[in-house]
Design a protein around this ligand. Structure first.
Ligand code: ZN
Length: 341
C-alpha cells in the first residue's frame, strides 16, 4: 500500500442502462435475469473505473443495490415490505417510506454474495465492502415488534454479523458499516450505538471501518447543514468513544465541510479515511485541493494512518462528474505523496 492510499466512501452512480440516473432510490431499468447480468456488468465497470483512476482500495460501487439500507433489508425475515409507512428519519430531517418490522429478524439468505464474489474475482486490489450500520438501519424502519430502539439495533447487528462474516469468507479485505445516524444521535452512539456496531463486527479478522458523514448531496441535507452553524462539532461528542472502540478505521467528511480538522486528533491511533472529495458539489476538485486536505489532516493524524476518500457516496451524482472526481482523488493523492511523502 502506498502512503495516503485511496478509496471511495462506497457508491458510484449507476449507468443509465441499469437504473434511472441522478437520483436516490432510482428504479431499475430492467428485470429478471437481464437485471442480474446488468448488475454484474456494472460492477465490473465500477471496478475498472476505480482502478484506472488509481484507487487502491476499491468497492463494487454499490451497483447491485437500490439504496444502501433497503438493499440489505430485502434479505431479512421479519420485515414486511407490503407495510410501508412514512416516517421522519435522522431526527426528522427528511421523510421516507420505510418497511415495518413485524417479527423476529433473521437472515433469509446471503445478501451480497453475488456482487462480492464478482468483485473479488475481477480485481487484485484490496476490496472494501459496505453495509449499513445497526443504528442507521434501526432509524430507517418502522418497528412494531421490538418496540425498543436498542433491542431493534442489536437484532440488526446479529443479522449484519452473519453477512459480514460471509463477506470476509468471500475474500473482502475491509468491511465498512455506514452510520450517518451517528452524527444525529450522539448521546445514543456513546450509550449503545458503538456496542451495536461492535456486535455487528464480532469475530471478523479483516479490517473494519465505520463511515460517519453529513449525508448525500441532496437538498434536505444541504438545508440541514445550513442550520448547523459555523463549526460542525458533532464528531467531537463521539470520537473519544470511537477511539476506544474495536473499529479499525473511521471514514469522515472533511472537504468543504465545517468540521474543524483538529477534531481528528480525538481519533488517536485509528486509521482515518479522510473525505477529500465533496459529493455535494459539482465542482471538480483539483489535485492541489485534494492534496491540501490531506496536508491539513496530517497535522492531526499520523501520515501512515491517512487514507484519502470521498466525503460520502456518489450514487445520486451525475456520472461524468463522479468520474472526474474519482480521477481527481487519484491524482490528488499522488500529488500529496510527492509533496509530503
Ligand atoms: Zn455518507
Amino acid at each position: 500500500m502506498p502512503l495516503f492510499p485511496t478509496t471511495i466512501a462506497g457508491s458510484l452512480p449507476k449507468p443509465a442502462w441499469l437504473a434511472e440516473p441522478n437520483k436516490l432510490w432510482a428504479p431499475w431499468r430492467i428485470s429478471g435475469v437481464e437485471l442480474t447480468d446488468a448488475k454484474r456488468d456494472a460492477t465490473l465497470l465500477a471496478l475498472k473505473l476505480q482502478e484506472d483512476c488509481g484507487i487502491d482500495i476499491v468497492t463494487d460501487g454499490e451497483q447491485s443495490r437500490q439504496h444502501f439500507v433497503h438493499g440489505f433489508l430485502e434479505a431479512v425475515d421479519g420485515i414486511d415490505f407490503a407495510r410501508k409507512v412514512e416516517i421522519g428519519i435522522r431526527a426528522d430531517r427528511y421523510k421516507a417510506m420505510v418497511p415495518t418490522v413485524t417479527g423476529a429478524l433473521r437472515l433469509k439468505d446471503r445478501v451480497h454474495a453475488r456482487e462480492a464474489q464478482v468483485a473479488r474475482a475481477h480485481t487484485q486490489r484490496k476490496l472494501k465492502f459496505t453495509l449499513p450500520g445497526p443504528m442507521t438501519i434501526a432509524d430507517t424502519v418502522a418497528d412494531e415488534f421490538y418496540r425498543e430502539r436498542v433491542k431493534l439495533a442489536l437484532a440488526f447487528a446479529e443479522v449484519l454479523n452473519k453477512e459480514a462474516r460471509a463477506l470476509e469468507a468471500d475474500g473482502v479485505d475491509v468491511i465498512q458499516f455506514d452510520e450517518p445516524a451517528f452524527n444525529v444521535y450522539m448521546a445514543e452512539v456513546v450509550d449503545w450505538g458503538i456496542a451495536a456496531l461492535e456486535r455487528a463486527m464480532e469475530g471478523l479478522s479483516c479490517t473494519t471501518a465505520v463511515h460517519i458523514c453529513y449525508g448525500y448531496g441532496i437538498k434536505a441535507n444541504i438545508e440541514w447543514k445550513a442550520t448547523l452553524g459555523s463549526e460542525w462539532r458533532q464528531y467531537e461528542a463521539i470520537f473519544p468513544a470511537l477511539a476506544k472502540s474495536l473499529i479499525d478505521q473511521l471514514s469522515v467528511e472533511c472537504r468543504n465541510s465545517r468540521v474543524p480538522m483538529s477534531l481528528l486528533k480525538l481519533l488517536d491511533g485509528k486509521a482515518v479515511q479522510v473525505g477529500v472529495i465533496d459529493v455535494a458539489s459539482d465542482h471538480i476538485e483539483t489535485p492541489e485541493q485534494v492534496a491540501a486536505v490531506v496536508a491539513e489532516a496530517a497535522k492531526y493524524v499520523a501520515k501512515e494512518n491517512i487514507i484519502a476518500s470521498t466525503n460520502c457516496g456518489m450514487a445520486p451524482m451525475r456520472r461524468d462528474i463522479a468520474l472526474a472526481k474519482l480521477a481527481a482523488l487519484g491524482k490528488g493523492a499522488e500529488l500529496a505523496r510527492k509533496k509530503f511523502g
